[in-house]
Ligand binder design. Structure first.
Ligand code: ZN
Length: 242
């Protein structure tokens, strides 16, 4: 029986939904973020905002929400030229992958997460990777996750479960999942008002935009509205809300 979890938490819509998922299932949940010299400090700030809002607004989850960890991964900027770490525009590279792609980034994230989970005695690693919307990233695929689960469990001689609640759902379903998790957050019968509260928290406080835009407020939250991350988030919202 799994009782404890570590959530890879970036402060975006997906990882916040994953955190809600973990808080609804596990008795003790810790969070992990990576600081790799993002062009925008906005993301690191959003993480703290979201954690604070969850603690304040969802008392049952607050009891389960433990320590937040941030690991410095500035080294990523040394091995990789990408629009996430350098001041360059977003575009598709010759490989067919967007230039936000950092080769092996998720492999590194998961390895460090497992090392931390080992030390903190956390059994499940939860990550918001998804094949449905961003199948271009090879280190987000289901097969990669299964291979990592095996490699990390063998390599650390400890059984880890890598959980990927968003793997097969699209962005509209991710909004719905957040609503469902929020509605059930107090225990007992589902309460739509609590579902709306979690959706509002995600709209207002999570950050997804590649350009770090917190000036323009849309029905689905803040962002430039035109980068691929914004387009995906907006499209999912429109499909969900109709
Ligand atoms: Zn954007």
């Amino acid at each position: 029986m799994h009782r404890t979890a570590l959530v890879l938490f970036s402060g975006g819509q997906d990882s916040t939904t994953c955190l809600a998922h973990a808080l609804s299932r596990y008795e003790r949940v810790e969070t992990l973020g990576f600081d790799y010299g993002q062009r925008h400090r906005v993301e690191m700030q959003a993480r703290l905002e979201v954690l604070g809002q969850l603690r304040a607004g969802f008392p049952r989850w607050s009891q389960r929400l433990g320590e937040d960890h941030v690991l410095d991964l500035a080294v990523l900027g040394q091995v990789s030229e990408t629009s996430l770490t350098r001041d360059m525009g977003f575009k598709m590279a010759e490989s067919g992958l967007p230039n936000t792609f950092v080769p092996g980034r998720n492999l590194l994230f998961l390895t460090l997460a497992a090392a931390l989970a080992y030390r903190r005695d956390l059994q499940v690693i939860v990550t918001g990777v998804c094949e449905t919307d961003f199948s271009g990233y090879p280190d987000c695929r289901d097969d990669t996750m299964k291979a990592m689960q095996l490699a990390l469990s063998l390599g650390m001689d400890k059984r880890f479960l890598i959980e990927t609640p968003l793997m097969w759902i699209d962005k509209a379903q991710t909004w719905q999942l957040a609503h469902d998790l929020g509605a059930a957050s107090q225990g007992g019968a589902a309460n739509a008002t609590d579902g709306e509260r979690l959706v509002s928290l995600i709209v207002e406080h999570t950050h997804t935009c590649y350009l770090g835009d917190r000036q323009h407020r849309h029905p689905w939250g803040y962002g430039c509205g035109t980068c691929p991350a914004c387009e995906l988030r907006a499209k999912g919202w429109q499909h969900w809300r109709g």
